[in-house]
Design a binder for this molecule. Structure first.
Ligand SMILES: Cc1cc2nc3c(=O)[nH]c(=O)nc-3n(C[C@H](O)[C@H](O)[C@H](O)COP(=O)(O)OP(=O)(O)OC[C@H]3O[C@@H](n4cnc5c(N)ncnc54)[C@H](O)[C@@H]3O)c2cc1C
Ligand SMILES: O=C1O[C@H](CO)C(O)=C1O
Length: 514
């Protein structure tokens, strides 16, 4: 350990543990980014969290708090101190009647779901996985897919956050509401969130059904029952076969029933797709065939093929996200969806006016020789229904329902697909043309000037709260500077990137200095 840190620890001599170790390699779930923090610190009490912050201030270190690194960007990368709260993860109290749960902030969603079940409670909504820490999920604007729900943070009633001066403060809609709005989606830039008060709901079972059919049918249903037919609805769109899987789930009291399993599900399908994707790295032209074959095997080749099951919500809402991947997801107004997908299809498929689905795409990048992976994930939320205040950095539509389009690109055996740059250039251009804003956790290449124009006064309000709470920039790194911080000189404790290397095992490894 740096002698400065050892000396400062000795000077404090407060008997509070400093659970830090060097030589930790941090990488994102997808191994897209990695870093080698000077210290990896896993506090087990609030005193320990406060001590980390006080030490960091005295030793002039930047702090990053990471959940489980499921954000695919370099947002959790640091060469300074990396704090993880996996061991600060207890449920503090549960009120079975009201569903109000108070928890330490490091709890993972799968543990939270298991704990809630013991009280006959459940999370109101979930995204595709339950690995995330509750705070990691809240802090990036994680969402599921339902017009009756908004962001996962809409059910947060209060938060406790330890700020750069080492004090822990509570905030809620009624107490320090500005801090609350900043902390509801803070991208780790405000302080260490230590406690979450959340409203759960009575446990529920979901009866789900998924149908594969032409995307034309989906477009026809879009303004009518597509998104309102059930509480939970999500779609996977296949650009080359121009088909879509519509998955819908409604609460039920019927007995549970697992989905049918074919010989192709499980490892066979997993490895077939993985190896075909790997082959396509050299022969991208096979991707339309791969899409037809793999998703035909998975969902059925005949239009109208259907599968259904009845499962507890904590199971039904999840999905297997397969392999390492880039994900570029944007929020646009729901009513722009058919236009967005038709323009994307016209671009990717080189459609001409003779095609019934043709629309001018106007995307100023060529799709010649461009072959992409499937599917595009199509999901929804409505953040206008909650009485909770909006996070300042909420990317969703302020006036109505939101559509999320998630362009997934796999990295077979940890290799980057050749189409990434052009696909994402075209995709991001289209999303911006439709008034979109990026999902903060994902792999977008849009930076300060545009983000300022997307958020206007809300970004200014976030910055005012952030700068007031952390004037020295203890929680600021290169990811934040390029996207949410104002242009200006480096703050005292801010980390800047000095170099990066790339390898297959660790993706892009970033090196920074304070
Ligand atoms: C396979 C997969 C599936 C996914 N599915 C979905 C989905 O369905 N819907 C969706 O919206 N997103 C989805 N995501 C994105 C994911 O929900 C977010 O990236 C989420 O932030 C990850 O949580 P985490 O605990 O790993 O946090 P990390 O990625 O480790 O951190 C995310 C942010 O939270 C901050 N943070 C974490 N803990 C604290 C704390 N205690 N105090 C202050 N700041 C903190 C970090 O500093 C960072 O800025 C998915 C990601 C993957 C890899
Ligand atoms: O980031 C995400 O990854 C999965 C898709 O594989 C998902 O649903 C996200 O969101």
């Amino acid at each position: 350990m740096d002698p400065l840190v050892t000396a400062e620890l000795a000077r404090l001599g407060d008997g509070v543990a400093f659970r830090a170790r060097p030589s930790h390699v941090h990488h994102t779930w997808a191994r897209t980014f990695s870093s080698l923090p000077e210290l990896y610190i896993q506090p087990e009490s609030l005193d320990e969290v406060e001590k980390v912050i006080n030490l960091a201030r005295a030793c002039r270190r930047r702090i990053v708090t990471a959940g489980c690194g499921h954000s695919p960007s370099n947002i959790t990368c640091t060469s300074s101190w990396l704090v993880n709260l996996d061991n600060y993860n207890r449920i503090i109290s549960v009120d079975k009647e009201s569903g109000v749960v108070v928890m330490q902030s490091g709890i993972r969603l799968y543990t939270l779901c298991e704990e809630l079940e013991k009280y006959g409670l459940a999370m109101p909504n979930l995204g595709s996985i339950n690995q995330q820490s509750i705070t990691g999920a809240i802090s990036t604007g994680t969402h599921g897919s339902s017009l009756r729900h908004g962001l996962m943070s809409e059910d947060v009633l209060a938060l406790k956050i330890t700020l750069a001066d080492g004090t822990t403060v509570s905030c809620s809609p009624d107490s320090k509401p500005e801090l609350f709005r900043a902390a509801l989606l803070s991208l780790g830039a405000l302080g260490i969130i230590t406690e979450v008060t959340f409203r759960a709901v009575p446990a529920f079972t979901l009866k789900w059904e998924q149908t594969i059919d032409t995307d034309f049918k989906m477009f026809e249903a879009w303004p009518y029952e597509l998104w309102t037919q059930s509480e939970f609805v999500r779609v996977w769109w296949f650009p080359y076969t121009r088909r879509a899987v519509v998955w819908q789930a409604e609460k039920t009291t019927e007995e549970e029933r697992e989905p049918p399993v074919s010989y192709y599900d499980g490892s066979l399908g997993y490895y077939v797709y993985h190896n075909l994707l790997y082959l396509s790295q050299w022969a991208p032209r096979i991707l339309p065939f791969v899409e037809w074959f793999v998703f035909g095997m998975q969902y059925g080749f005949a239009d109208g093929s259907r599968t259904s099951a009845i499962q507890p919500s904590r199971k039904a809402l999840l999905m297997n996200c397969l392999y390492s991947q880039f994900v570029n997801e944007w929020a646009i107004p729901l009513n722009k969806g058919p236009e967005a997908l038709r323009r994307l299809s016209s671009w990717l498929n080189h459609l001409t006016p003779e095609d019934p689905d043709y629309v001018p795409h106007n995307i100023p990048f060529s799709a010649d020789g461009l072959y992409v992976h499937a599917p595009v994930e199509v999901r929804i939320s409505d953040t206008t229904l909650t009485s909770n205040p909006r996070p300042f950095l909420d990317p969703t539509d302020e006036d109505g329902p939101t559509l999320y389009l998630n362009a997934t690109l796999y990295r077979p055996y940890w290799t980057d697909p050749p189409c990434r740059e052009r696909y994402y250039q075209g995709f991001e251009w289209l999303m911006k043309d439709l008034g979109g804003r990026p999902h903060w956790a994902k792999n977008f290449d849009t930076y300060r000037p545009e983000i300022e124009s997307f958020y206007g006064k809300n970004l200014e309000a976030f910055r005012a709260v952030r700068n007031g709470a952390d004037p020295q920039g203890m929680f600021v790194g290169p990811w934040h500077r390029e996207r949410i911080m104002a242009e200006g000189p480096k703050l005292e404790l801010e980390e800047v990137e000095v170099s990066r290397t790339t390898s297959r095992e660790r993706g892009v490894t970033t090196f920074g200095s304070v």
